[in-house]
Design a protein around this ligand. Structure first.
Ligand code: SF4
Ligand code: SF4
Ligand code: SF4
Length: 325
């Protein structure tokens, strides 16, 4: 029997998701023996887009798309991956919901370029040159850069079959997901591949897990304030942990390292807008309404990984701009 053909593409990401694959260590050897990698760009394998474009449509069994869509080249590659792959997986929270870099959507691209190339303290750019999609050197060499778009999730460009959350996906979960994939044991199309438990459910500090009631939150603190407790629920101690509404496929990694969950695993099943659910979950557990004003930079907390995928993204941008004026 021929081996399943796999393709992998990194768009607007940091390559941490690629490293999550390498973290599979010895299991990676088994995976590589069980599949045929036909495309892996731009990391790991020296391939050209042209090689991928010439493959027959639908000839690749599974495509992994990591990173968000940030420019026209990423858009082109998303469409190409869709065309060539029978199953397309949004791999990592950038591809699923935009990721941390989706927060740039609070600004226009021109504002961001001005800030990065002119206005920062360390910038040395006396002629005020900004990157442009076309640039001619010495009057004869034409260079091209892909045109920037706003940050988009993969499913805002093409249809996605499955989602795997995490920034990056935890290697243990990647192993389980790959095993399910190779055995053909997949959930219905359009689902997140997840164990289906919230971070709280796998967190040893959960007082409910110890048969105790979860107490209301009487204060709100930033992680730079005070001393984070090492043995009790961080949320109860006032450090806003998004464990109640985040998929716990990481095994509560951050809490094990005494940091609150920030939501990179993506929403627990049934949640349509991560940030909205996070706001309602946290608001419902606060002891007093006034504590809401103590939440510093709420958009960066509740929408840290999911602004680009939020149904309220345009409204949030508009409201943020109004506040800055
Ligand atoms: S999900 Fe995280 S690790 Fe993966 S590409 Fe995005 S920023 Fe990097
Ligand atoms: S809120 Fe955070 S610290 Fe508390 S039980 Fe849930 S995951 Fe653990
Ligand atoms: S605890 Fe939360 S933020 Fe940390 S790795 Fe897990 S899902 Fe991501």
């Amino acid at each position: 029997m021929s081996k399943p053909k796999i393709a992998y593409y990194l768009a607007g990401g940091c390559a941490g998701c690629d490293i999550a694959l390498v973290d599979l260590a010895d299991y990676l050897v088994d995976v590589l023996n069980a599949v045929e990698v036909v495309f892996f760009a731009p990391t790991l394998v020296d391939v050209k887009y042209k090689d991928f474009e010439t493959l027959p449509d639908g000839s690749v069994d599974v495509g992994f798309f990591s990173g968000n869509i940030r420019n026209k080249e990423h858009e082109h590659m998303a469409k190409l991956m869709r065309q060539k792959c029978k199953i397309l997986i949004a791999f990592g929270i950038c591809a699923c919901l935009g990721g941390i870099k989706g927060l740039v959507n609070l600004y226009d691209n021109q504002e961001l370029l001005e800030k990065a190339y002119k206005d920062t303290f360390s910038t040395d750019n006396p002629d005020g040159i900004l990157p442009s999609p076309k640039f001619v050197i010495d009057g004869k060499y034409e260079l091209e850069l892909p045109e920037l778009t706003e940050v988009k999730t993969l499913d805002q460009v093409v249809e996605v079959d499955y989602y795997i959350g995490g920034c990056p996906p935890h290697y243990n979960h990647v192993k389980k997901a790959l095993t399910a994939l190779l055995k053909g044991e997949l959930p219905p199309k359009g689902s997140w591949i997840t164990m289906g438990h919230a971070v709280c459910e796998v967190c040893v500090r959960n007082p409910v897990g110890r048969g105790e009631l979860k107490n209301p939150v009487g204060e709100v603190k930033r992680v730079i304030e005070g001393q984070l407790p090492e043995d009790k629920c961080l949320l109860e101690a006032g450090y806003l942990c998004l464990g109640p509404i985040t998929q716990g496929d990481c095994g509560a990694s951050c809490i094990k390292n005494n940091m609150p969950c920030r939501g990179c695993g993506g929403p627990i099943p049934g949640v349509k807008d991560f940030g909205l659910r996070a706001i309602s979950a946290i608001a419902s557990i606060l002891e007093k309404e006034e504590l809401i004003d103590k939440i510093a930079a709420p958009i960066y907390l509740f929408y840290r990984y999911s602004l680009a995928g939020s149904m309220l993204r345009k409204r949030i941008k508009k409201e943020t701009k109004k506040k800055e004026v």
